[in-house]
Write a protein that binds this ligand. Structure first.
Ligand code: GPW
Length: 830
């Protein structure tokens, strides 16, 4: 046995890390040291990227003391925490947030300027980690920010994709995807720990085996494995001395893997095997809400979940920990079904590795997971074919079968041999192919199941999982989504933040309901003028950003009308487009005098999944309409359509604070929550929206007078569906709608070619799954109400202020409080 290392005696060896600077000089010294010794360049010879990397490393040093203190306390107290399991984290840029959390922005800006450097230029150099598709991934990022800020112990677990969400470009108006090499210029925020790699196995077979204790157990003999390397990221709380951890896993070939082949002398094959293993964390699947059932995706899911659960049990718990106490120590929160394979994995670890009885293991497992559902669309509910799952994870399939058998036995006990019910509730679907319904598995195993907005949770209970609600009353709950005000108000909208602090004092950023204090100021003319000045300033800032980025600008005297979100038919970008085409048609036909048209700039931002044909056609059509409208002299610049490519968190932070009008126009009952809707309201945009997702709650809070509601309600949608929806009847009955669609069909936006947009036109006329035509008339009418309201500047400003004042509920801090109260029961640790 090796002798113990000598204990440190040098006084400096006992201190952990450097304290944050208290002076500009202190910062400059640290920054130059990083530049000189970290980057190996002099200030004079350094590039902007050198400077950015040096600054990022300097700032992260200042978080280090808090991080090790957080870890030390957690080890000491062993208080209950959250392990957030998510395949996506859409973090956005890190530098600004780290400076905000440490309150170093001013010192750093001063120090840099004394070095002849603008902080803004270095911030602009950062490439955002786009490790998510849209709302679901951004929600995870907001949640871990809030948990750190509220001092709740949390580890975020996920995948360190080498390529994040693709970079979108347009070629002749059509989307073209480019790989997102976000790591190419350096990754200053991550801490790799290859020494803590974990081995993750796949494939092979299962057989009975008599163990050394004489008990026969199932034994899995895998066919291949990979290493999971952890990369740690700091998650700083806002000025509270806490730094939580986000741990993302990277796949790497195991020695054993290539050695076997290497020994056989096939060097080429060995290298190929390496590549194969590393594919697992190579790229983020770019489908949002439409899983493709690809084997590599299941590999990714198991890879990160197995690594995370193993890491938690082996690395985060004391050695003598009694696993029966696991539910008192951790809750694994499942961000949609992507990590649900963690349920059989925990069972496998407890039963096969830790040798617990099945029943005891199941009692533990049932208390350790909770499941959040983020959709209602049937095509978004993940299923894995038994064939694929059994090939990749044979032991897990067995475990799932047993969980299902015991669950169905309970159902039978309660309801008798109601075979229809049994078939409906089985975790295993038989048609069209034998497969595992991951949402059902999560519901059976989860201590709680939640939807993400009131309406969504209600529909989830009553329409998607009614049998389960009947069987497990009390399991279902709601937690309405939220957004972090640190990033989406304070960082994105500094001038509004300053106005708020000037008016109601500090404290609102961590207690967002205090924004209520702004309500009386809606009646204050001087305050309204200042509020308008903030909006105008944000429009000018956006104008500058877009000019530099894409060479197009926004007029600051236009109503800025914004629809930014993933391109999906249910979100109905095509409805927004029909409004634009109708306005254009009325101008060019002379039906309205162009001088009477409210000047508007419409901004779209949207990525389409690369394989989603119709979504890509709609992108093409938006660009084509923009091209025509923007260049038609008859429009006299009173209607502009701009579509900056590659909408991401960085662009959101510029666009949202400038917006006047927020488009939230999904078909009622289809958008689980939406979170962009909350960001706009908190930045003083008014919403035009359907009664869907969290729009419902936004409208209830801000008031009907300050929200443009339109369209069918969810029960009306259901009704029309059952009666039989015939989109063409709406086309026939509405002259404006007919003209808009005919104009598109005529080739007016495609150089006279009628074929180009025929697929979009016939889809609307003959299919229209999301009832765009049925809501068209109501939408046009609501947009007319928008124009009228905007004409009354003081009234509009009043409404915008009330949107800010009454939206404090949508802080993700409140969402976290709700998770703690309704699901987690985790006490704040300090
Ligand atoms: F289909 N959401 C998303 F439910 O961004 F899994 N990606 C997804 O794959 C899914 C949902 C999934 C979104 C919802 O569409 C949106 O309404 C919600 O606000 C957001 O998740 C966060 O809950």
């Amino acid at each position: 046995t090796p002798s113990a290392p000598p204990a440190p005696t040098h006084p400096l060896a006992l201190a952990t890390v450097t304290a944050p600077p208290t002076s500009v000089d202190g910062f400059v010294r640290e920054f130059l040291r990083e530049l000189n010794f970290g980057q190996g360049v002099s200030l004079q010879a350094s590039t902007v990227n050198d400077q950015y990397l040096a600054l990022a490393r300097t700032v992260r040093h200042y978080l280090m003391a808090r991080w090790s203190e957080t870890l030390r306390r957690q080890r000491e107290t062993q208080s209950k925490g959250v392990a957030y399991l998510s395949a996506e984290y859409l973090l956005g840029r890190q530098l600004g947030n780290a400076l905000l959390a440490t309150d170093l922005t001013e010192i750093v800006a001063d120090g840099l300027s004394q070095c002849g450097i603008e902080l803004a230029d270095l911030r602009a150099q950062e490439v955002e980690p786009g490790l998510g598709n849209g709302g679901l991934g951004r929600l995870a990022a907001c949640f871990i920010d809030s948990l750190a800020t509220m001092s709740v112990p949390c580890i975020g677990y996920g995948i360190r994709y080498e390529y994040g969400i693709f970079r979108q470009t347009f070629v002749e108006g059509r989307q073209v995807e480019q790989p997102d090499s976000w790591l190419a210029l350096g990754a200053p925020w991550e801490f790799p720990h290859p020494e803590n790699a974990r081995r993750i196995s796949f494939g092979g077979s299962v057989a009975d085996h008599t163990d050394d204790d004489g008990v026969v157990r199932r034994r899995w003999t895998p066919a291949w494995d990979v290493n999971a390397l952890p990369y740690n990221y700091m998650v700083p709380g806002y000025r509270n001395g806490r730094v939580n951890t986000l741990r993302l896993w990277r796949a790497q070939a195991t020695d054993a893997f290539d050695l076997k082949i290497f020994n056989s002398g096939d060097y080429e094959e060995a290298v190929r095997a390496q590549t194969f293993a590393e594919n697992i964390s190579k790229v983020l699947y770019p489908e949002d809400s439409t899983p493709q059932g690809k084997e590599l995706r299941l590999q990714q899911q198991y890879f990160f979940v197995a690594a995370s659960i193993g890491d938690f049990i082996d690395q985060q718990l004391p050695e003598d920990f009694d696993l029966a106490q696991l539910p008192e120590r951790i809750i694994f929160q499942l961000n949609d079904t992507h990590p649900v394979i963690g349920v059989p994995e925990l069972m496998r670890v407890l039963v096969d590795e830790k040798r617990l009885e099945w029943g005891a293991a199941w009692e533990i497992t049932k208390k350790c997971f909770a499941y959040t559902c983020h959709t209602l669309l049937p095509e978004a509910l993940e299923v894995w074919s038994v064939d694929l799952l059994g090939r990749l994870l044979p032991r897990h399939l067995e475990i799932i079968y047993r969980i299902n058998e015991e669950f169905l036995a309970e159902v039978r006990e309660r309801f008798g041999d109601d075979e229809l019910r049994i078939r409906r509730m089985s975790i295993i679907a038989e048609h069209p192919e034998r497969s595992v319904r991951m949402a059902y598995l999560a519901t059976v195993a989860g201590a709680k199941v939640n939807g993400v907005a009131e309406l969504h949770s209600q529909l989830l209970r009553d329409k998607v999982l009614p049998d389960f609600h009947e069987f497990y009353p009390g399991k279902f709950t709601n937690v309405t989504n939220g957004i972090t005000p640190r990033r989406f108000v304070r960082l994105a909208n500094p001038s509004l933040s300053e106005l708020i602090t000037d008016t109601i004092g500090v404290g609102w950023l961590t207690d967002l309901e205090r924004l209520r204090g702004l309500e009386p100021f809606a009646e204050d003319e001087e305050f309204r003028a200042r509020f308008r000045a903030v909006k105008a300033g944000n429009k000018r800032r956006l104008d500058a950003v877009l000019r530099e980025r894409d060479g197009v600008g926004v007029h600051d005297d236009h109503l800025l009308d914004v629809m930014v979100k993933r391109l999906h038919e249910y979100k109905r970008q095509s409805l927004k487009l029909l409004h634009i085409v109708t306005t254009y048609d009325k101008i060019v036909s002379g039906e309205v005098d162009v001088a009477d048209v409210t000047p508007r700039t419409v901004i779209f931002g949207a990525k389409a999944a690369p394989g989603y044909k119709m979504a890509k056609e709609i992108i093409h059509l938006i660009n084509a309409v923009g091209e025509t409208v923007n260049n038609d002299p008859r429009v006299q610049d009173r209607l502009k359509v701009i579509f900056p490519p590659n909408y991401n968190v960085t662009l959101a932070e510029k666009v949202i604070p400038a917006a006047d009008l927020s488009e939230q126009i999904s078909l009622a009952g289809k958008e689980a929550s939406g979170t962009g809707n909350m960001k706009f309201a908190l930045n003083g945009a008014l919403t035009i929206g359907t009664d869907d997702g969290a729009n419902v709650e936004i409208r209830q809070l801000v008031g009907d007078d300050n929200f443009f509601l339109f369209g069918m309600l969810e029960p009306e949608v259901e009704d029309l569906q059952t009666r039989g929806y015939v989109p063409s009847s709406f086309y026939e009955a509405d002259a404006d709608l007919r003209r808009a669609i005919d104009l598109i069909a005529s080739g007016a936006f495609s150089g006279g070619d009628r074929a180009t947009f025929e697929p979009v036109v016939s889809n609307l006329l003959y299919e229209d799954r999301f009832m765009v035509l049925a809501d068209y008339a109501a939408y046009i009418e609501a947009q007319a109400a928008v124009d009228a309201a905007y004409a009354d500047t003081e009234r509009w400003t009043r409404a915008a202020i009330l949107n800010v004042a009454r939206s404090g509920f949508f802080s993700s801090d409140r969402s976290m409080r709700d998770y703690i109260d309704r699901i987690w029961a985790t006490p704040p640790s300090f």
